[in-house]
Design a protein around this ligand. Structure first.
Ligand code: ZN
Ligand code: ZN
Length: 441
């Protein structure tokens, strides 16, 4: 999709869906002395604290809280969180379901996105990079992500992680303001920037991940290292051999707060065939007892793009990296880059990386920043040929009053597969309900 850019004098206001398609919710607006107010639909209206409204809309000076917001839906870190937000709270009735929406300035939104996607206290060059990438991604997604809805973006991974003000920090606020209004372009169009957490060594070309769309010259396959030359190794060596010397490799040293990286850089999973059969059933395939699973197509970046599942009653051919990741997992497999060993009742997958692998590798970019690279250099490494243009001049963002109260990162970071203090041991943080101390804000 192409977006012609045009410059505007002030800020852009966006609407982000926090919680939709639900029957009830609980909110707090401390400024209005509203604590734990029940919200539900009633006919074609919304009932907020016992009063009926056609549309409930309130702009707060400090923050409001929405309880039990789903995070990481469909992924292994799926859980509910209570979150606090700046700006305007909108509650709508859409076909007898609630829509809880947050309206705010784009740069205010970015202050939370950068901290939600990564971490609040990181090197300034990384934070500036993520701010321009997230601003650009938001703009290029806005019209297409949720067409025909009264909001622009959702708050979950489908668009970008947006988990409210407790993910902000004064460092992020500075990074957003230092890059204020700057948007990444390729030629005269807003770039369609993509990023994922850990590429594993090789990033993937856009057209290989999403062949239905036109490719972009800045989203190409790259070796994620200072010298972009892919070594002459087999896929098996790439996945199972010594860690390659790439930016996102744990061999470059662990960054505090990112101790989970080795769990994803190279990983091993055992999956029961019965689970795969159930998943196939949900995709409307009935193959009977599974006899074998073959990898039938591998792309240039070592990702599997087609697998063949052979059963007693027939075969299923699964195409596309995301479909493959969904069929072979009880949530979504870390990546489509894996070798497969077939056993009688299960399969063993040995894989590399986390996420689709197109565009910027977040952990690789962070390592580059830690190693002294400027944000423009990191941008060129992952998106060669792009340039920055200033499109907006938003007003300064008000300083934070809640930073000291931010919960520890152990709470914020639900990717610690086997270490999460709030999750079931070894099963990920599905039961995570750790509540930040809002009352102390
Ligand atoms: Zn979305
Ligand atoms: Zn990487």
């Amino acid at each position: 999709m192409n977006h012609k850019s045009e410059s505007v004098d002030d800020d852009l206001i966006i609407k982000v869906a926090l919680k939709v398609d639900c029957d009830q919710a609980v909110i707090s607006i401390p400024q209005g002395n509203l604590e734990n107010i029940k919200v539900k639909v009633k006919d074609d209206q919304v009932e907020v604290g016992g009063k009926l409204y056609r549309l409930f809309k309130v702009k707060v000076d400090d923050y409001f809280v929405v309880r039990d917001i789903p995070v990481g839906q469909g992924f292994h870190w799926e859980h509910l969180e209570d979150q606090a937000f700046r700006g305007t709270l909108i509650i709508r009735n859409e076909n007898k379901k609630l829509q809880i929406i947050n309206e705010l300035g784009l740069d205010q939104y970015l202050c939370s996105v950068v901290g939600s996607e990564m971490k609040a206290d990181l090197p300034g060059e990384y934070l500036k990079l993520h701010a321009v990438v997230a601003r650009t991604a938001a703009l290029s997604m806005m019209k297409a992500a949720h067409p025909h809805q009264p909001y622009d973006l959702c708050a979950d991974d489908h668009c970008q992680d947006y988990r409210g003000i407790l993910r902000e920090s004064s460092c992020i606020l500075n990074a957003v303001m230092q890059t204020s209004g700057q948007v990444v372009h390729y030629k005269d169009e807003i770039a369609d920037l993509r990023f994922s957490k850990i590429c594993g060594g090789l990033t993937m070309e856009y057209g290989e991940a999403w062949p239905e769309f036109n490719s972009h010259p800045y989203l190409i396959r790259k070796w994620d290292a200072p010298v972009d030359r892919v070594p002459d190794i087999s896929r098996q060596q790439y996945i199972e051999g010594d860690f390659p010397e790439v930016w996102c490799s744990p061999s470059r040293g662990l960054i505090p707060g990112f101790e989970y990286v080795p769990d994803y850089f190279r990983w091993t999973e055992f999956i029961d065939l019965e689970l795969i059969r159930e998943n196939l059933h949900q995709f409307n395939y009935e193959v009977g007892k599974i006899r074998n699973i073959l990898i039938s197509r591998i792309n240039k970046s070592f990702r599997n793009t087609e697998i063949k599942i052979i059963g007693e009653k027939g075969e299923a051919v699964i195409k596309g990296e995301l479909n493959i990741r969904k069929i072979l997992s009880n949530s979504t497999l870390f990546s489509a880059c894996f070798n497969l060993t077939f056993y009688t009742d299960s399969i063993k997958l040995q894989g590399a990386g986390w996420g689709h692998g197109v565009g910027m590798c977040q952990i690789g970019a962070l390592q580059m920043a830690v190693n002294g690279y400027k944000f423009q250099e990191i941008l060129q490494h992952y998106f060669p040929g792009v340039e920055l243009k200033k499109l907006f001049s938003p007003p300064p963002i008000s300083p934070l009053s809640w930073e000291e109260k931010r919960p520890c990162y152990e709470y914020a970071n639900c990717y610690q597969l086997h270490r999460c203090a709030y999750g079931k041991s070894g099963n990920g943080p599905l039961d995570c309900k750790g509540s930040p101390p809002y009352s102390e804000l």
